[in-house]
Design a protein around this ligand. Structure first.
Ligand code: LMR
Length: 334
């Protein structure tokens, strides 16, 4: 009887050891937007390719829509190792102490994605990602969403139309200054709370790429949307550095390959999704979509130009100049 018990014990232990040896490395990827957004789709694509390329050795679990953590909490969770991967908006790295990322929030600094990619996909982008390492974070890639537009419950034709409006922003000092320079009252708020804040009138308006506006149904609680395209919103895909470096080299290499492919996919898809969602917003008939004339756009550019001067020191003058060099933007020549 004793020998039988021992035998059963050994068999059970062997099986659980085999199961452990085969258990995949789980990578929890948390984000705050809907699954049908550029980031939502790119993270699912990455999860699929990671599974395929590692032949099941790594399993990426994607948690969308703030299901696990809200904006601030997810950064803390990554540093503590409660999740392994995130893709926060570039406007959300200030609280972490990496203020340089707020350079992407400078109004009208990029005219289009070609200019933007010269920065994100080149040496400037690489040096920005390297700034995360002392925080225990490794930056893997930049993923696009798109250009933001203002929405509110009153028409927005001129910068003066936003005067006195309470406007929700992400946690960026540059965005704070942007709203102040329009005479608006900036309110930092987690993304998951914006819909309700707009619905109940806690804030009057906000700024978003259309995919975020549409998938959170913000167009149902905002009567007016003006296609100002005044600033960029994109992401840095980041991992817990200790976790990343502890991965077997072959698995890490395969995950890097999956990330490369996901980045190409993300940056190709983002514009298509934003265009399609703009059509959906228009068709919904719930919000009036206005395209500003050239002169109206110039008035916004001029009203927002002082942000470049006021916030240069926050991101570093050298960094700002190196981006101007890539994009040709000059706030003094508008
Ligand atoms: C926001 O808070 O508005 C965005 O950063 C959300 C996102 O991740 O796109």
């Amino acid at each position: 009887m004793k020998i039988r018990t021992l035998f059963v014990g050994i068999v059970a232990a062997t099986f659980s050891a085999i199961a452990m040896a085969q258990a995949p490395i789980v990578i929890k990827f948390s984000h705050v937007v809907a699954a049908d957004t550029p980031k939502g789709k790119a993270s699912e694509f990455f999860a699929k390719r990671a599974g395929e390329l590692t032949k099941g050795k790594a399993k990426v679990e994607v948690y969308a829509n703030s299901a696990l953590y809200k904006d601030k909490e997810e950064m803390e969770a990554l540093q503590l190792g409660a999740v392994q991967m995130l893709a926060p908006s570039l406007a959300k790295f200030g609280p972490l102490g990496v203020k340089e990322f707020e350079v992407f929030d400078f109004p009208y600094i990029f005219d289009d994605t070609a200019e933007l990619h010269r920065v994100t996909q080149g040496p400037i982008g690489a040096s920005l990602l390297a700034k995360l390492e002392p925080k225990g974070i490794k930056g893997l890639a930049f993923w696009d969403n798109g250009f933001k537009s203002f929405s509110a419950n009153t028409p927005i034709r001129t910068p003066a139309d936003l005067k006195g409006k309470k406007m929700r922003i992400q946690s960026s000092k540059v965005l704070e200054e942007q709203m102040r320079s329009l005479g608006a009252l900036p309110q930092v708020m987690a993304f998951s709370e914006v819909y309700q804040a707009l619905q109940t009138g806690v804030v009057d308006g906000t700024e978003n790429p259309i995919s975020n506006l549409y998938t959170q149904k913000m167009h149902e609680v905002q009567k007016y949307l003006t296609l100002t395209n005044h600033g960029y919103l994109g992401y840095a895909v980041i991992v817990n550095k200790k976790f990343w470096e502890s991965l077997p080299a072959d698995v890490r290499g395969q995950l890097e390959q999956a990330m490369k492919e996901a980045t190409v996919y993300a940056n190709k898809l983002a514009n298509e999704i934003n265009e399609a969602d703009l059509d959906r917003v228009k068709k919904s008939g719930k919000t009036t979509v206005y395209t500003p004339t050239k002169d109206e756009k110039l008035a916004f550019k001029k009203a927002l130009a002082p942000v470049h001067v006021k916030m240069a020191d926050r991101v570093g003058k050298d960094l700002l100049q190196s981006i101007y060099k890539e994009t040709g933007f000059d706030p003094n020549k508008l």
